[in-house]
Design a protein around this ligand. Structure first.
Ligand SMILES: NC(=O)c1ccc[n+]([C@@H]2O[C@H](COP(=O)([O-])OP(=O)(O)OC[C@H]3O[C@@H](n4cnc5c(N)ncnc54)[C@H](OP(=O)(O)O)[C@@H]3O)[C@@H](O)[C@H]2O)c1
Length: 311
């Protein structure tokens, strides 16, 4: 099969579009015929070698965590999925992934794809939606009447986070610069152009900050929070001491919620018109180097999606 593998860590030149052996599912796994995948900054970090100490990868490695496609084959113990089922999931965080014509996933993680969207839009969802869900639903338990600020709200995680925040009934504030129009398209209650405005001058009494940027942006966020509020970061562990000194709570996302349960709930939100994925570009798998370059440019809106096979 065609796949994108790395044989060593490095820049975009490390990405090889080439022939690779088709994987076989284990007893509790399924083989998915991949129609689409999408690029996450995580994939770029794996490629560069930054995740190697966490996951002990074996090279060559097929990158990619997001998949939408159909079941091709099921393992001996799998009874709830069958060949032909249209599914989506997150695969390959610690092993071969979804930048390939076929990918293996644990059946326990595989959900039925939302019925009302195509495989491109479904492949844009898993990694970023699981992250936003973990932050705003599982950890912050965002409730009606609260105020939520999402930094980098137009990007992959951000564009889903602002929608989940609104679904939970919170007043939702998002920051962006060149992609500020994306936030308006998503009906974000208040938008802040971080390139022209200090967010501290525009917003206060925030219950939940979702920090997708880190550094100075994270440090400056304590000042706009309500006592007892929570700062959650995906990128840099907030200081426990600083949180305590401000009477706040903090969390650093290192785990995902139960994949099948959450992606099933997400499919329902999509099919009832409450949640959508936004795509900034669809590139063929063979143009993976360009796709990584786009994501590493740090100014995409929504997701860069990979087309793997016709559907
Ligand atoms: N811990 C975890 O489990 C986990 C999971 C998922 C993601 N992450 C991390 O979370 C981060 C965000 O991921 P993502 O997929 O959302 O990234 P992304 O899609 O690449 O984010 C792109 C967005 O960032 C915005 N942006 C860039 N610089 C900004 C700034 N200084 N202030 C505010 N917004 C800014 C851009 O908006 P403009 O173009 O309008 O400026 C753009 O829309 C990444 O570092 C990723 O590695 C961690």
């Amino acid at each position: 099969m065609k796949a994108v593998r790395i044989h060593g860590y490095g820049g975009i030149d490390a990405l090889c579009y080439e022939e690779a052996p088709r994987p076989k599912p284990g007893e509790d796994e399924v083989l998915i015929r991949v129609f689409a995948s999408s690029v996450n900054p995580f994939d770029c970090a794996v490629r560069a070698g930054y995740m190697n100490s966490y996951f002990n990868y074996i090279l060559p490695l097929i990158l990619g965590t997001d998949v939408s496609g159909v079941i091709e084959e099921v393992g001996a113990n799998v009874t709830d999925l069958k060949p032909g089922d249209e599914v989506y999931t997150r695969v390959g965080v610690w092993r071969d992934g979804a930048y390939a014509e076929y990918a293996v996933a644990p059946a326990a993680d595989v959900a039925y794809k939302p019925k009302t969207i195509d495989h491109f839009h479904a492949a844009a969802l898993p990694h970023v939606t699981l992250t936003a869900w973990q932050a705003l639903v599982e950890i912050a338990n965002v409730a009606p009447g609260q105020k939520v600020l999402v930094h980098a709200a137009a990007g992959g995680v951000g564009h889903i986070a602002v929608q989940l925040s609104k679904i939970r009934g919170a007043t939702t504030v998002g920051t962006a610069s060149v992609n500020i129009e994306t936030l308006k398209e998503l009906d974000v209650d208040e938008t802040i152009d971080y390139s022209t405005t200090n967010f501290e001058d525009e917003v206060k009494d925030v219950d939940v900050v979702l920090d997708l940027i880190g550094g100075d942006t994270q440090q400056r966020s304590w000042a706009i929070m309500r006592p007892g509020g929570i700062l959650i970061s995906t990128i840099q562990a907030p200081s426990e001491e600083t949180a305590a000194a401000h009477g706040m709570r903090q969390n650093f996302i290192t785990t995902a919620p139960p994949v099948k349960r959450v992606l099933t709930e997400v499919a329902n939100l999509v099919d009832t018109g409450q949640l959508k994925s936004i795509i900034s570009a669809i590139l063929p798998l063979s143009e993976i180097q360009k796709a990584h370059e786009m994501v590493e440019g740090k100014h995409v809106h929504g997701k860069v999606v990979l087309s793997v096979a016709d559907f």
